[in-house]
Write a protein that binds this ligand. Structure first.
Ligand SMILES: Cc1cc2nc3c(=O)[nH]c(=O)nc-3n(C[C@H](O)[C@H](O)[C@H](O)COP(=O)(O)O)c2cc1C
Length: 420
């Protein structure tokens, strides 16, 4: 997320979890993305990860409790740091530091700066599964969830350093970087984060689908799934529970953290999964690039000889039914639907075709985006286009990072929900 973090001041703090060994990776990624980074370690964290490593990677001294008591400082260090930061990231957050924070205990540099800061704070706990499930820890975590300045990144499941398979792994540094960019984008000037999708269930489709030519060859498209996955993450980071139905993706695997993922391959499997999940969704965001054609018969089990390939494509194919249109036909009252249309041609042609598609498909909003222009659309970081809505209205979406566009689309979807 280079453009979004460039020049932003991020304070990265680690407390005493073994996951602190991953904090240097996070610091390095943030610095490479152009952020100014300062680091704080608790006494326990400093026994698990080297302060010198963090100082070297952040190009700044790594600060610890003893620095708070340095008599040459003109201002209290915890206040100076709290006022300096645009964003604080606590990764990892230990059970002890979580407890101190929610109890209002300011003992130590990290604890006191967490009480002093008025910017958004990203909290990424890490601990053994039994510790995480302990009712005292859960009570503290739930208290944190009610803080409008905090972006909580609940721990993931997996193999833990204590050899246990369960919940407790810290969110991956690559996903924390994404969440940091998202928090900086959506924070108000008072440091409050939007949780306007909290309590809502969102269904997102992303990526391409693959149709078999024979048992080894496939017909697909250049969709990476980036737009749909970022939409899903943006909705989740704003509080939604998200089901993501996706074809093969080309995004960092940790971008799927926090989402309920349903991987599929072909258009028929995507259709089935969407039909299963649609009834519980408050909003459906159809971003997948579904194949247009597929074989009529079930897959060809052998590998066709090269000479027969062109001949085999001449018959036995059918158009894939329009998944977006069928989904709109099945929707319940109050379920909003956003569609995507990848188009080529002049601005005028795209807008005209987009309006016809919106009419035919009947969704609430249709994001039409050109896919024949360099540096945007399929398989790129940025996108632009027009968001078509009710009453022939359209909103111009300038070329911007797909995460920025995701938040824009979520804002608009909530707006039309409120007015209808
Ligand atoms: C090797 C080692 C690993 C630890 N891992 C964790 C952990 O993953 N999560 C956690 O909450 N505590 C963990 N602890 C315990 C904390 O370090 C301990 O509770 C400490 O008081 C945390 O203080 P702090 O939050 O000020 O860093 C670990 C301790 C040791 C010795």
């Amino acid at each position: 997320m280079p453009g979004l973090l460039n020049g932003r001041r991020v304070l990265v703090a680690a407390s005493g979890s073994i996951a602190a060994v991953k904090t240097p990776l996070l610091v390095s990624a943030l610095v490479q993305a152009g952020a100014q980074v300062r680091c704080v370690l608790t006494a326990s964290a400093a026994r698990l990860v080297s302060p010198l490593a963090l100082a070297t990677l952040s190009r700044q001294p790594c600060l610890q409790d003893k620095d708070q008591w340095d008599p040459v400082r003109p201002r209290p260090l915890h206040i100076e740091l709290a006022e300096w930061a645009d964003l604080v990231v606590v990764a990892p957050l230990s059970a002890t530091s979580l407890s101190r924070w929610v109890q209002g205990d300011g003992e130590g540099l990290l604890a006191s700066l967490l009480l002093a800061c008025e910017c958004p704070v990203l909290a990424a706990p890490a601990m053994n599964t039994a510790m995480w499930k302990h009712k005292a820890v859960q009570r503290n975590w739930n208290l944190l969830l009610d803080d409008p300045r905090v972006l909580p990144l609940a721990p993931e499941g997996g193999l833990l350093a204590c050899d246990r398979l369960g919940t407790g792994r810290m969110s991956d540094p690559v996903r924390i970087e994404l969440a940091a960019a998202s928090a900086l984008l959506q924070a108000t000037s008072q440091g409050l984060l939007k949780s306007d999708w909290r309590g809502k269930h969102v269904l997102v489709s992303a990526g391409p689908t693959l149709e078999s030519l024979d048992c080894v060859r496939v017909l697909s498209n250049r969709s990476s799934g980036r737009m749909g996955v970022l939409l899903a993450q943006a909705a989740h980071l704003r509080g939604a529970t998200v089901d993501l139905v996706h074809g093969p993706l080309q995004v960092p695997p940790s971008w799927l953290e926090g989402l309920q993922c349903h991987p599929v391959v072909g258009s028929a499997a995507m259709d089935d999964m969407l039909q299963q999940l649609q009834p519980k969704a408050d909003a459906v965001l159809m971003c997948a690039a579904v194949s247009d054609v597929r074989r009529t018969s079930s897959s060809v089990v052998e590998k066709l000889p090269k000479q027969q390939l062109i001949g085999s494509m001449e018959g036995g194919w059918e158009l894939v039914p329009d998944l977006l249109q069928s989904l709109v036909g099945r929707r319940s009252a109050g379920q909003s639907v956003l569609g995507f249309a990848a188009l080529t041609g002049s601005d005028q042609q795209i807008l005209e075709l987009g309006r016809q598609k919106l009419q035919a498909k009947g969704c609430d909003l249709l994001m039409v985006n050109p896919v024949d222009r360099l540096g945007q659309g399929f398989d790129s970081d940025q996108n632009s286009g027009w968001l078509l809505g009710p009453g022939n209205h359209h909103q111009v979406c300038p070329l911007e990072d797909k995460l920025v566009l995701s938040h824009r689309l979520l804002d608009r979807l909530l707006e039309i929900n409120r007015t209808t």
